[in-house]
Design a binder for this molecule. Sequence first.
Ligand SMILES: [Mn+2]
Length: 459
Amino acid sequence: MVNEKGFLDKIESFVSLLKDLFVKRAKVLIVSHNDADGITSAGILSFLLHKMKVSFNSRILKELNPREIDNLASENYDFYLIADFGASLTPHLDEKIKNYFIIDHHEIPESEREHLKVLNPWQFDIDGSTQISSAGLCYYAAKNLDFNGKFLSILALVGALGDRQDQGKDRSLLGLNEVIIKDAQDSLYLQTKKDLLLYGSETKPLYKLLASLENPYMPELFGREDKCIAVLNSYGLNLKDALNWRTLSDLGYEEKKKIFEIIVYHSRFDQKNLENLVGQRYLLNYEEPHSPLKDAREFATLLNACGRLQRASLGLSLTLGDRKILKRAEELLAEYRKKLAYYTNTILNQERFIERRRNFSLVKGDVFLDENFTGALASILLNYTKFRGEVIVARALTNGEFKISARSDKEDVNLGKALQKASTLLGEMGGGHKRAGGARIRANKIEEFLKILEDELEH
Ligand SMILES: [Mn+2]
């Protein structure tokens, strides 16, 4: 049963910890994950510490592991605030860094349910994969402090959407995330509306949007801007107003219906993906129209791109309100998408990359694939009809270690648990959520790992 009181008490104890850092004049290091949820978490924590006049630095990392913890320990900060990772690392942290606190929502081992230095929704039987993200937890702390930090609610939602917590009806956010939405709406930071959910609604000229759509996939139109222009014309849609190319957000209801018809027809009535075509959009009131930050999902995409191309600091600046660097972040996103498209095409076109295992497809990216792209690649492949309803495990090899990312399209599988179990059995690291997770496995143990994973996914 959900223990809401326990949860709110824990938030409160986190807040008093923050106050204590000020009293003690502690020098703090924020350590956070390099995805959208991690970056927005760091943004909210930075804002809080700044407001509370605590001196701090931030560090965004790809992952946290015993080696990284050793590095952090040698830096002599007085206190470490760790966000969006750290689950199951408390033994190592207790040994090497005594002054720390973890704000995370990944599933934790039983031994951490009562841990005083961990704030995690699973401790209170709140589903951390769908009800609240790390950024949401940070926002709850902000709410408890006595200044007006409600605009941080926006960052909390960007984090939740980045982690794909929009699992409710019409792809809406659920649970504690709904409380955050209400705060954001009440303070006029956010507007929600049911609309077409197409990537680039605010930013892309219509024909470019159609030509770049991967989900749903339209075989005759993908990558063919000339054909897209012809189709839009044949439906009587104006591509330009007096000065500019029109974007989807410029269209009225009847015009959007035509776009919907075009997609239904050209995606060959691909039922599964059409279900996700219309849903809840989360629009940020104070961002400029046509800005890639206007739509909270696209904001998250931009942050993810910054993180994966090792420019998380750029993303962090965006969360802190810097808009001068927006162009640079957009360029990074373009670069990121280009790289991802290249990996996807190459891997789909060469049989040697994909091995069918007992209950998943293994993508052998090995030395070809940049390890920062395993997760995004696995997610994209699930959109393709031939992997529908499957589990994808993508791997890349660097320095004698496999980075593993897995994504699942199945209801009855808990990927995070299976990965955690298979890795732990071999003395390696792994874990995650029900439908998404990862691991890091030494090269000589990989086959053993895959066999155990097959067994674990069986039940
Ligand atoms: Mn997260």
